[in-house]
Design a protein around this ligand. Structure first.
Ligand SMILES: *[C@@H]1O[C@H](CO)[C@@H](O)[C@H](O)[C@H]1NC(C)=O
Ligand SMILES: *[C@@H]1O[C@H](CO)[C@@H](O)[C@H](O)[C@H]1NC(C)=O
Ligand SMILES: *[C@@H]1O[C@H](CO)[C@@H](O)[C@H](O)[C@H]1NC(C)=O
Ligand SMILES: *[C@@H]1O[C@H](CO)[C@@H](O)[C@H](O)[C@H]1NC(C)=O
Ligand SMILES: *[C@@H]1O[C@H](CO)[C@@H](O)[C@H](O)[C@H]1NC(C)=O
Ligand SMILES: *[C@@H]1O[C@H](CO)[C@@H](O)[C@H](O)[C@H]1NC(C)=O
Length: 172
């Protein structure tokens, strides 16, 4: 029994860490085009499904651009008055913690050149304890990360439970 233990411990930690890093989906704005003028981000947003707890991330030249979270008025009119937040690092990860519509724009005039994006964040779907394929109003591509996430979360719980039994049994 003992010779296999270090391997098992390693395996447990590997699973725990890999699960932790995949529990939230990071939506990179513009994908490989990033946050730049002249891109229709409505098309990008329409191709993604956002859930509470996901991240939206902006990658850009920090000397040229930035990110402001605004309300609908700010989004429609490209104004940052009363902005809800601003980011300038060039690689910003913004948590989407609420089920609502979010509005982000670039604050230096490039909003008028298309640097604006609006995303609807959905509540996490109720856990169906089986498959999510019974409802097909979301595409398989967008549903996949959620399935993965739920699968990993429960698998992690299982591993943690197993690990605590193992360690609890006095192996250490
Ligand atoms: C972006 O694409 C959407 C969806 O096709 C379209 O309605 C919108 O007018 C486009 N926006 C711009 C600025 O081209
Ligand atoms: C939508 O997403 C799929 C898969 O991520 C990708 O292959 C496709 O090119 C995207 N379409 C647009 C218009 O971005
Ligand atoms: C902002 O845009 C809205 C339309 O979305 C318009 O009705 C309103 O007058 C604009 N406000 C300002 C201050 O420009
Ligand atoms: C957005 O914020 C501005 C400035 O705080 C405010 O004047 C405006 O009424 C807000 N618009 C909406 C739709 O909440
Ligand atoms: C950016 O956000 C910080 C707080 O996070 C605030 O103090 C600052 O005034 C904001 N800047 C602008 C231009 O809104
Ligand atoms: C679900 O998908 C099936 C075939 O895959 C289709 O026949 C059915 O109309 C779809 N239902 C809805 C509500 O889209």
């Amino acid at each position: 029994m003992l010779p296999s233990s270090p391997l098992l411990v390693f395996f447990c930690f590997f699973i725990i860490f890999s699960a932790t890093s995949t529990t939230a989906t990071d939506h990179i704005v513009g994908a490989n085009k990033g946050w730049n003028p002249g891109i229709n981000y409505t098309l990008w947003a329409n191709n993604h499904t956002f859930y509470v707890g996901d991240l939206i991330s902006f990658r850009y030249q920090k000397t040229q651009y930035n990110v402001f979270e605004v309300n609908q008025t700010g989004y429609d009119n490209c104004t940052t008055e009363g902005a809800l937040g601003n980011w300038t690092s060039g690689k910003d990860f913004i948590p989407l913690n609420k089920a609502k519509r979010y509005y982000f724009i670039c604050g230096n005039g490039q909003c008028f050149n298309g640097m604006k994006v609006s995303v609807v964040v959905h509540p996490l779907p109720p856990a169906p304890s089986g498959s999510v394929s019974s409802s097909n109003h979301t595409s398989p591509a967008s549903a996949a990360p959620v399935v993965l996430q739920k699968g990993l979360v429960s698998f992690r719980a299982l591993v943690v439970a197993f690990a605590s039994i193992w360690f609890g049994s006095g192996w250490i």
